[in-house]
Design a protein around this ligand. Sequence first.
Ligand code: ATP
Ligand code: MG
Length: 253
Amino acid sequence: MKSDLQKIHTQNLDLFYGDTQALKDVSISLEEKKVTAFIGPSGCGKSTFLKTLNRMNDLVDNVKISGKVFLDNLNIYEKYDIVELRKRVGMVFQKPNPFPMSIYDNIAYGPRVHGIKSKSILNEIVEKSLKNAALWDEVKDRLKQNALGLSGGQQQRLCIARVLAVEPEVVLMDEPTSALDPLSTLKIEDLINELKKNYTIIIVTHNMQQAGRISDKTAFFLLGEIVEYGSTDKIFSVPEDKRTEDYITGRFG
Ligand SMILES: Nc1ncnc2c1ncn2[C@@H]1O[C@H](COP(=O)(O)OP(=O)(O)OP(=O)(O)O)[C@@H](O)[C@H]1O
Ligand SMILES: [Mg+2]
């Protein structure tokens, strides 16, 4: 059964790349309108798990997935329209990846794919999305310029605006600030704090301070499994598992 707070839950999720098992029996419930952080050493399956939540792994050759992933009450690995799924569950990547087109067209791209043609509606969506991504003031006079001319931090906020433009319910972020300077990082963190009023946010980060600053709950991954999951305060102050403690105190990983 779905509890009121639960937005996504997985049951016994296994994932293999060829013969290599990257996820082992992952069962977790992710809360609505909260920020959940995934932490753990390199190669432990964080990105893989994040990508299973909007079926990005479907594109990989030789991938085998079993178990269930529910968005609200629907299993996204059963009959499910992928375009609809990607609209509801958006993703922001480690490296900002704007399309090589204008700032305006980057934001309007998704809504256009979903059939919106009206210029005035698109104008509204572009303005609102850029405002929600805290980028509007910096770009409002250069909307027709190529997005690749923005700074890295601006490009990342543009990518967040692009996701917001299709009004998702869940935003997946895979190390969204690892390529950014401290000031741009803080801007994105402030933004995440704002966004969680309306969106369910799941973020992978290697930065323990960042996880502590922005997340409500934290899951610690090791070798494809979730070792420990709970409130961020608890995970960072009184972890139950020795391996979690070793990781967050920097003794390994
Ligand atoms: N497309 C792929 N094909 C084959 N193996 C893969 C593929 N993507 C990931 N893997 C393997 O799956 C395991 C988990 O990788 P994943 O990228 O999920 O780790 P991660 O926790 O995100 O690591 P990092 O912190 O370095 O980003 C690793 O052993 C990796 O080599
Ligand atoms: Mg990764």
